[in-house]
Write a protein that binds this ligand. Structure first.
Ligand code: KIV
Length: 262
């Protein structure tokens, strides 16, 4: 095992709180298929998120709103087959949990039962509190998601950083606290000031997983296409690129095309 690799063998939900307690950072990345899941498992990733970001990076939509339950199930099954020791978290897509608790419960159950996920993730604080409480009470582990919540893109008027005013920052902290009290085992903090990421992390017993929320969070998540350099100009400003796979693909397929034509 590499020096920087997690000490946890098969990652389970309670391990994440234990990792926070030990000060061990949680490594989370999105995954959408079995091949990448297998590679991320080899790299020692702790948590694989089957994000509804697949609507943008895999399906080519401008937002995550069109993503269906069927698409989430399809990709979750694929990731679960390749994930190895990693915990698999699947996003509940837009419209699958907002209408009523019964529908939310049925869809969350499907992601675990038919998709093979270990947990679900949903967006929103106060608005999602009741459904998180119900799911947790029924044995479904839930990861929360506050700050910039992409499913609210129409309301926010774009993918805009959140927490610009003290009032907004207080609301985000309150949302995160409510999710923890409702039973969420971790909370994603997206696109908020670093200082607020630190404040929320200090206030919660459960781990925070940041994406554009500063280094103080208990873990970090990135969309794998951004991390690997496949999204080009479409990547958000906070998404650090660790490879230029987009360029490598164009070069490799260009070389193949030239050889075929020659
Ligand atoms: O859908 C997704 O990929 C996400 C991450 C950005 C946290 O929710």
């Amino acid at each position: 095992m590499g020096e920087m690799e997690s000490t946890v063998r098969r990652v389970r939900v309670p391990h994440l709180a234990a990792m926070k307690k030990r000060g061990e950072k949680i490594v989370m990345v999105t995954a959408y298929d079995a091949t990448f899941a297998r590679l991320f498992a080899q790299a020692g990733v702790d948590v694989m998120l089957v994000g509804d970001s697949l609507g943008m990076v895999v399906e080519g939509h401008e937002t995550t709103l069109p993503v269906t339950m069927e698409a989430m199930l399809h990709h979750t099954r694929a990731v679960a087959r390749g994930a190895g020791r990693a915990l698999v978290v699947a996003d509940l897509p837009f419209g699958s949990y907002q209408a009523c608790e019964e529908e939310a419960m049925r869809n969350a159950v499907r992601l675990l039962k038919e998709g093979g996920a270990d947990a679900v993730k949903l967006e929103g604080g106060v608005a999602s509190e009741a459904v998180v409480r119900r799911m947790t009470a029924c044995g479904i582990p839930v990861m929360g998601h506050v700050g910039m919540t992409p499913q609210s893109v129409k309301l926010m008027g774009g993918f805009r950083a959140q927490g610009k005013t003290e009032e907004e920052r207080e609301r985000i902290l309150d949302d995160a606290r409510r999710l923890e009290n409702a039973g969420a085992f971790a909370v994603v903090l997206e696109s908020i000031p670093d200082e607020l990421g630190g404040r929320v992390t200090a206030a919660l017993r459960v781990p925070t997983i940041g994406i554009g929320a500063g280094a103080a969070c208990d873990g970090q998540v990135l969309v794998c296409y951004d991390l690997l350099g496949l999204t080009g100009a479409g990547a958000p400003p906070f998404a650090k690129q660790y490879a230029k796979l987009g360029e490598a693909v164009v070069e490799a397929v260009g070389a193949y095309a030239a050889e075929v034509r020659g």
